[in-house]
Structures are given as structure tokens and as C-alpha cells.
Ligand binder design. Structure first.
Ligand SMILES: *Cc1c(COP(=O)(O)O)cnc(C)c1O
Length: 370
């Protein structure tokens, strides 16, 4: 049986990506700049409804430059959602600042606004990093309002949520800065890459400047700040331009896979799927499920039986406040993130899955309850 994957690269049937790559070859723009980079930025900005975007080598680089833009300095505090991938928090440490991790709430699995309020009673942070995990929007209205009350910049880690629309507005466009990732496992990919977006023109220009080695406007190589080599290649950007054309298709397919899991597992009381909401159009990047606390079946048992059937699955992100590398960091919250980690797992959500593939996953999971 062919392996069913969690989320693998899915190029367009029409070959858009290769056509843009060919354009780069034909014009010899094999460089970290060129028409593909510019067009990819413009196309994405228009699609998500934001004024400015800069294409970077990764989502992590985008978070790093967002933090530099808000003036993060050594010793500063940044509030960061605990339930996430480590890339949300690592750039805080690149600047020798200190993360304080915030618990999730069960309705979206993302940052709990109550806990964010509590954290503001204890600290004055330089920024807040919220994540839209697995493509489910955080309670972004509430979180944005709290940040505004405290005059604190908000960075939206939308690495997993490109295509998610919250109350008519795309995730990634609510904060002072938003970031997207085009890593190989994300909903669309450039093999590796990221995008920093904002309505702040000067901020995006500054990020592009830092991303190109902080080279000043001079004929000779003049440097007055430390720079980075963070720009996206014109080849990768070509893939991105092509992938943007099929983003809607990918979102539809991911939503379809989620819906089939919901229906196929509905009668098993022990199983609860990651929530869906009327107020949003989630991209459902990964369909995650939770197992009831009193069930005799554990996530490990489900992952083992799936693996035996050559089906990939994965635990929910391990919260940052439980990671050895962040052991010294403060944490504001209870046990929601930890509980989601203990009881959750991610099911294959590959946009190339057939109905038979989805049914095979469902039947394999059901075998543990039959
Ligand atoms: C993938 C991911 C990132 C990092 O993106 P890269 O492009 O891999 O650097 C950041 N945050 C979250 C939540 C992610 O899933």
C-alpha cells in the first residue's frame, strides 16, 4: 500500500510553477531578486489584502525581522503562544530577548486572551506573538484589543494559516506584522521560504534592507548595521507564484478532508476533531483530533496502528514551556496546551489524498474502537 502522508508538496496540474522557473532561466535571473520575487510579493499581498510584503528565505526569518522592526533588544520580554512550533519563539532568542509563554484555550487551541491579560499584569512586553495553529484562527479580535490597550505590537504567526479567513479578513493581516511560511509541508510551498507582510511601508522596506545584508545606498559596499542574507531566491519565488494560483483549490481540498474525518468519526464518542467555527473559513492545514481523557485508547496507539498501515501521523506540537531549551522561561497559564499535546494527534491531510485514502485512515482509526 502506498504511504499516505501528513502534508506533502503539491504542484499545480497546469505546471504554472515550472513555467515561472523557466522564465527565470530564460532571462538569467537566477538570483535572490527578479520578476518572480516582485510578482510573488505583489500577488500574495493583493490576495490576502495587505499593502506591503517582502519575500524571505523562511517564515522564521520573517518572524526575526518583524521582531527587529518593533525594536526588540537584549533583555526585552516577548509574549509567545506556548502551543506552537519552536520557530515561533526561536527568533526572540536570536535577539537575546526573553520569551514568556502563554497557554491556549480549548475553543481554538490558540493563545488564551484571559491568560494574555494576566501576563500583562506581570510584565511589560515589547511584542506579542500569536499563532493560528493548524489553520484555525486564534481569537484575534480579543487579542488585538488587549495588545492595543497596552500599546504593544502584535505579530501574527500565520505560517500554518495561509488561506484562513476570520470574519471576512485573512489571517496574517490583523497584527502590526504577519508572517507566512512556504516550507515543504505547508499548504503551499516554495521548497523553503517565507513572507513578511504589513501595512507599514517603512517596516517592510527596512526588513528588505536587513534581508539583503543591510547594504546602504552607495556605489561601494557601505554598511552601518548588521545585516542578514534572508531574501528569497527568484527560482523559489517562481514556485510560489505558481502555487498561489492553486491556493484556493488546496484550501477546498483540506476542508473536504477535515469534513470527511468529522463525518467518518462522528459516532465515536472518545474522538473530538479540532474545532471548526461559523465565523471563519479555516484552511484546515492539518486535521487534528483529540481522544477523550477516560479512553483506553491513547494517541500513541492510534499513531502505531496508522504507521503499521503505512499512514503518517504526528503528535500535536509539544508546548514550548515544556521544552528543555525554554525551561528557564516563565509561563502564564494552566494545563490546556499540555492537555492538547497529551490527548491530540495530527491526521494525514495531504491535498493529494483520494477518497479511498481518507476512508483507509478512518477505517484504521475505527479498528481501535470496534
Ligand atoms: C513552519 C512554521 C514556522 C516556520 O516557518 P519556516 O518557513 O519553516 O521557517 C513558524 N511557525 C509555525 C507555527 C510553523 O508551523
Amino acid at each position: 500500500m502506498e504511504r499516505i502522508l501528513l502534508s506533502s508538496p503539491h504542484m499545480s496540474q497546469e505546471g504554472y510553477e515550472q513555467a515561472y522557473i523557466k522564465e527565470a532561466f530564460d532571462t538569467n535571473w537566477i538570483a535572490p531578486l527578479g520578476a518572480n520575487v516582485t510578482k510573488f510579493e505583489e500577488d500574495l499581498a493583493r490576495m490576502v489584502g495587505i499593502d506591503y510584503a517582502t519575500a524571505l528565505s523562511s517564515g522564521t526569518a520573517a518572524i526575526h525581522l518583524a521582531l527587529k522592526n518593533i525594536g526588540l533588544q537584549q533583555g526585552d520580554i516577548v509574549f509567545c503562544q506556548s502551543l506552537t512550533f519552536s520557530a515561533s519563539a526561536n527568533p526572540i532568542c536570536y535577539e537575546k530577548a526573553t520569551p514568556v509563554f502563554i497557554d491556549s484555550e480549548p475553543e481554538t487551541w490558540n493563545m488564551d486572551p484571559e491568560m494574555l491579560r494576566k501576563a500583562f499584569e506581570k510584565y511589560t512586553p515589547k511584542a506579542v506573538i500569536v499563532v493560528h495553529l493548524y489553520g484555525i484562527s486564534a481569537k484575534i479580535d480579543e487579542i488585538k484589543a488587549i495588545c492595543q490597550e497596552h500599546n504593544t505590537p502584535l505579530i501574527e504567526d500565520a505560517a500554518e494559516s495561509l488561506g484562513t479567513i476570520y470574519k471576512g479578513k485573512w489571517t496574517g493581516t490583523f497584527g502590526d506584522y504577519g508572517i507566512f511560511s512556504f516550507n515543504g509541508n505547508k499548504i503551499i510551498t516554495t521548497s523553503g521560504g517565507g513572507m513578511l507582510v504589513s501595512n507599514n511601508k517603512a517596516g517592510i522596506e527596512k526588513a528588505t534592507f536587513w534581508a539583503t545584508q543591510a547594504r546602504e545606498k552607495a556605489r561601494h559596499y557601505q554598511h552601518e548595521e548588521i545585516g542578514y542574507n534572508y531574501r528569497l531566491s527568484n527560482i523559489s519565488a517562481g514556485i510560489g507564484r505558481g502555487q498561489l494560483k492553486v491556493l484556493e483549490e488546496r484550501v477546498e481540498k483540506k476542508r473536504y478532508i477535515y469534513q470527511r474525518y468529522v463525518e467518518g468519526l462522528a459516532d465515536i464518542e472518545d474522538i473530538e476533531m479540532i474545532p471548526d467555527h461559523d465565523y471563519e473559513r479555516s484552511n484546515h492545514w492539518l486535521s487534528a483530533m483529540l481522544i477523550g481523557p477516560s479512553s483506553s485508547v491513547t494517541p500513541t496507539m492510534v499513531m502505531d496502528v496508522l504507521d503499521k498501515e503505512n499512514i503518517e501521523s504526528r503528535p500535536v506540537w509539544k508546548p514550548m514551556h515544556l521544552q528543555p531549551v525554554f525551561a528557564d522561561c516563565d509561563y502564564i497559564g494552566g494545563h490546556v496546551a499540555e492537555d492538547l499535546f497529551n490527548r491530540g494527534l495530527c491526521l494525514p491531510s495531504d491535498s493529494k489524498m483520494t477518497d479511498q485514502d481518507i476512508d483507509r485512515v478512518i477505517a484504521t482509526i475505527r479498528s481501535l474502537w470496534d
